[in-house]
Design a protein around this ligand. Structure first.
Ligand SMILES: *[C@@H]1O[C@H](CO)[C@@H](O)[C@H](O)[C@H]1NC(C)=O
Ligand SMILES: *[C@@H]1O[C@H](CO)[C@@H](O)[C@H](O)[C@H]1NC(C)=O
Ligand SMILES: *[C@@H]1O[C@H](CO)[C@@H](O)[C@H](O)[C@H]1NC(C)=O
Ligand SMILES: *[C@@H]1O[C@H](CO)[C@@H](O)[C@H](O)[C@H]1NC(C)=O
Length: 244
């Protein structure tokens, strides 16, 4: 090929790669859009739990926390499957007050991120969003050996069936039983007096100041796209041929 033809050819190649490259680079990478609803919907068998999360507005609180770039402690969620809910005595949920429904949902959420291996070393009882471990009202005990993780609430014994989702902010585990807290479902339920002090002291979203965030998507934006390198290569070659 003659060099007079070579340069326009290389220029075209360069131009093509450039447009392609910029088309790929230009849109900023989408922000992480994980939300608890979409995570559970992908799991495919959590419609009852999703409904409860929405009805109690705990879903919104979780999503608020997920949207803060660098939550300090993360969240662990035990998600009972639809099977687990259908295993409840009929009317169990309907008999609960709104406050009790909220506590039931909060009882399935730990205010820290716990990986499967960490379950072996946690100290019981674990603190849940429902609070009040000391009074023995909402104890949640976990025993783990290898991959097997058992949970007991004093009312039910449950098993972690599998990990639905986990990243550095949130872990979602499927459990085979609805975790019924002692406070609400214990053997001698003192005729459910409306709690004088609503347990609002442990909100799901603790808006702690997120410190120096190194967002991974920000880092990606600065990376050279391989195509860009290729087109620079072509441009350089073109220049050499032109000069020769
Ligand atoms: C959760 O994600 C789904 C799917 O991406 C979206 O349709 C829904 O609006 C999101 N909900 C919230 C509260 O962000
Ligand atoms: C979990 O519970 C089952 C019975 O429900 C028992 O056989 C098993 O040993 C328990 N595992 C752990 C780690 O506690
Ligand atoms: C949970 O563990 C604590 C500490 O080991 C123990 O005192 C308590 O009885 C346990 N509760 C249940 C329901 O297993
Ligand atoms: C849960 O497990 C404990 C110890 O393994 C047992 O004593 C208790 O009866 C079990 N409770 C239920 C509701 O199965």
């Amino acid at each position: 090929m003659r060099k007079q033809l070579l340069f326009p050819f290389l220029f075209l190649v360069y131009f093509f790669l450039c447009t392609k490259t910029f088309a790929q680079i230009a849109p900023a990478p989408p922000l992480r859009k994980d939300n608890i609803t979409s995570i559970l919907e992908k799991g495919g068998q959590f419609t009852s739990f999703i409904r409860l999360l929405k009805a109690t507005q705990v879903a919104d609180q979780i999503n608020n926390q997920l949207s803060t770039p660098d939550p300090n402690d993360g969240l662990t969620i035990f998600a009972p499957s639809d099977n687990a809910f259908s295993g409840l005595k009929p009317g169990t949920l309907n008999s609960l007050s709104d406050q009790e429904k909220l506590q039931l949902v909060q009882f399935h959420i730990l205010p820290t991120l716990i990986s499967t291996s960490q379950f072996q070393t946690v100290s019981n009882p674990l603190r849940t969003q429902a609070g009040d471990v000391k009074g023995g009202k909402f104890p949640l005990n976990v025993t783990a050996l290898g991959n097997q993780v058992n949970i007991t609430t004093g009312v039910v014994n449950a098993t972690v069936a599998n990990t639905v989702f986990s990243d550095r902010r949130i872990a979602v585990y499927q459990v085979d039983q609805v975790l019924l807290p002692l406070q609400i479902f214990g053997p001698t339920p003192a005729p459910a007096p409306a709690p004088a002090k609503p347990e609002k002291d442990v909100p799901v979203s603790t808006p702690k100041a997120s410190t120096g965030d190194t967002d991974s998507s920000g880092a990606m934006r600065l990376k050279f796209h391989p195509n860009a390198m290729v087109s620079f290569g072509f441009a350089f070659l073109g220049l050499i041929f032109w000069i020769l």
